[in-house]
Design a protein around this ligand. Sequence first.
Ligand code: KIV
Ligand code: ZN
Length: 559
Amino acid sequence: MQNTEPQDTVLVFDTTLRDGEQSPGATLDVHEKLEIARQLSRLGVDICEAGFPVASTGDFEAVRLIATEVGPLTEGRQTGQPMVVAGLARANRKDIDRAFEAIREAPRHRIHTFLATSDIHLEHKLKMDREQCIQKVVEAVSYARNLCDDVEFSPEDAGRSDPEFLTMVLSEAIKAGATTLNIPDTVGYTTPGEFGQLIGYLIEHTPGSDQVVWSVHCHNDLGLATANALTGITAGARQAEVTVNGIGERAGNTSLEELVMAIHTRPQLFNLATNVDTTQITRTSRMVSAYTGLVVQPNKAIVGANAFAHAAGIHQDGMLKSNLTYEIMRPETVGLSSSKLVLGKHSGRHAFRVRLHEMGYDDLNDDEINLAFERFKSWADKKKVVADADIEAIIADEIYQPPETWHLNHIHVSCGDHTMPTASVSLTGPDDQVYKDAALGYGPVDALYQAINRIVQVPNTLSEFSINAITEGMDSVGEVTIRIQPHDNDSLQAINPPTGQALIRTFSGRGAFPDIIVASARAYVNALNRMLASREGKTRRSTGQSSADAGHRSLTPDG
Ligand code: KIV
Ligand code: ZN
C-alpha cells in the first residue's frame, strides 16, 4: 500500500504562483504574491509552490518572503498544520541550492526538482540519452534530499514518455530519496482513460512505489486537465497539482476549484476528501483574477459569473419549486452569499462592515474598510442596489492594487459621431505634484490613453483591452481589464522554467466604475503603476514610497 497521508485525503498542491504565473501576462509583484499565498493558506491548500527561485532575484525574494511570512501557521487557516512552501528547481545543483535557500525558513518546506523523460525532450531539448537522464535524476534528487527531507521529483512530459522507462527513472528517484513523485502531462496531450491507466501502471510497476505520495499535474491543452487529474486520483494518486481559476502555461492547468468541488460534490463516487475550506473559493478566485488581470470567463465552472445563474424559464420554475432540480451544489458552499441584506444608498458603515464580514473579508484593516466604504457610497448614489459582485469589484479596485506611483484625479472626455474624440486628464505624480494634459485620439479611450502617456511618458503597447458588466441591468458597473507591454529592455526579467527562455513581461491593470471611460482610465493607470512598481522594486501600496525618477514630466506641475 502506498503512503497516502492520510489515506482518504487528496493533498492539494497549488502552483498558481509558479505555473499559474507562467500564464502570458500574469505578472505578479512580491506583495501580490504574498497576499495570494496568505489566501491560499486560508483556503487550506496543503502545499504552495511559491515560485522558481533561480529565475530572477524577484522570484527568489518572493519565495523567501512567503516562506518566512506565510510558512508559519497563519491566521484563518483551519487545517491545524502550516502550509508546506515549495520551490521549483531544474535538476542541477545551482537551481536546487537557490530553491533551498528561498524555502528553508518555512517550518514545512519542499524542494521540487524536475527533468524531462520523453524521447522528444531528451533528443531535441536536453540532448542526452536515457542513461544520462537517470544519472542526472539520481544526482539531483539525492543532492536535494541531503538538504531537505521533503523532495518532489517530476519527470517532465511524462504524458508522452515511455511508461516502462518512467518506472526505471521513478524507482531510481525513490532510491535517491524522493518523497513525492509527480506525473506531469506537460503538454496536455493525454485523455482521461489514458492518463488514469498511466498512473495505475506506474503505481503498480514502480519498485518502492508504496514509499511515496503519487501526484498528478495536468495541462489543459485539450480541455481535459481536470478530467485527467480526477482519473489519476481514481487510479491512486493522492496529490493533485492545481491552480486557482485554472491559470497556467498556455491553456492552463487543472483548476483548483473544479477538482476540489468534484471531490466534494461526489463523495460516494470518489470516497475522498481535501483539506480545502470550500467557502474561501470565490474569494480566492476573485483575488487571483484581480492581481493577475486574467478575467474569469462567465461560464467557467464553479467561479464564473454564470456558474449559479438559472436563465431558462423551465429551470427557473424548477428552482422555485426545489433547488435540487437544477443545482448540484449550493452557492454558499463556494463562498457566494445567500444573504438577503440588500445594500444601497441608505446603508451605513456598520451594514457595510457586516456584509464584508459575511463575504469573508475579515482581514481588512480600518483604513482599507474606510476606503472601500467611500467607494461604496459613491456607487450607491449612482445605482439602486450595490450587489456582492460590486463589493468584490470595489475590493479588487481599491485594495488589491499595486503601489500608486501615479494617482488619477480627474478625466474629461468628449466624443461623438461628428467630433474628434478629445480627452483631458489630471494625475498626481510621485512627487505629489498635479499634472494635467490633453490629447486627441481615434476614440475616447485612445484619446484618454494618449493624454495619460503625455504625462507619464513610459512607452508601451496596449496588447489587450476588455470590458465586462459586473452585474445585470442598465446601471451595472463596468469592469475594464487591460494588458500593456513596456518597450524597453527592463521587460526581459525572468526565465520560463521548462523552456529556459526569457519571458516578455506584460502588466495587467483593472478598473471598475459605473462609467466605462473612467473605468478604462483607472485600468490604464493601474497597469502603469504595476509596471513602474516592478521596475523600481516597490512592494506595497501603503508604504507611500515615491519614485526616485521624477524627471520624466511633460508639463510643469501646477500644484
Ligand atoms: O508541466 C510541467 O511539466 C511542469 C513541471 C515543472 C512539473 O510544470
Ligand atoms: Zn506545468
